[in-house]
Design a protein around this ligand. Sequence first.
Ligand code: GLU
Length: 293
Amino acid sequence: MTGYRGRFAPSPTGRLHLGSLVAALGSWLFARAAAGQWLLRVEDLDHEREVPGAAQDMLATLAAFGMRSDEPVIVQSERIERYAAALRKLQAAGHAYPCWCSRADLEAHAGIHPRDCVAKPTARTPAWRLRVDAARIDFDDAICGPQRQDLARDVGDFVIWRADDVCAYQLAVVVDDAAQGVTDVVRGADLLDSTPRQILLQQLLGLPRPRHAHLPLVLDAQGGKLGKQDAACPVDASNPLPALRAALLHLGQVIPRADSVDALLREALRSFDPRRITASSSSDHVAAHNASR
Ligand code: GLU
């Protein structure tokens, strides 16, 4: 074992589809190729989007695809106190402020918070925003190359705790990646532009910054991101090989000849070459991934 620790962190908003399988397999391949650990985390903070039973279904599907967490799976809804502690730390250091602005209030500001709140304080519970001061963030993505974001200009002060008293994704992910000792974040390219927000939070909370690799997204026929909510072609856990091959193809990898999941993964790992992963997305394999051989 090396010090490498990777993870897959799905939100239980539906069945596992090809896009999430690509993220799971990509993170698994990077971790195993580095002789590292691969961890699973259920990101179930957003109760409105959660589909009952989806978390268990996803874990069972991943197991059918030969991928199991090396450590007990962590579940975000059981860890609220840790996120609240991180919020308190940011509040105490003056990095967070309460905000009553609605999305509609911010429309006139192109969605970017003007710092001086548009809405007046009310008796309602506020959201908490992170104060983003002149933060230009640079990082190197192993797949997408050098990245730079002017957070203050392009994102502005962002919500870290929602008005409905739910910890925002950006804060929870940073707390948990640190708690799980994650050294390498490998996930879909839809989260590339969340990364600078997470790096800023890591800096302010004194947490280590992991390395990043953002995988090409699987797009639907309209060029949109394949989403679990669309019930977009769930992968078939009873017939995993076609979807595994499609996911490998999407990642630009050689498709090994193998007639079992374990043999396919073993061979895929042997020939895994991250340089073959391209930063662009492709929709070629969406429809084909459940077809039997
Ligand atoms: N839970 C997020 C999702 O399913 C992924 C979080 C992450 O990988 O950082 O889109």
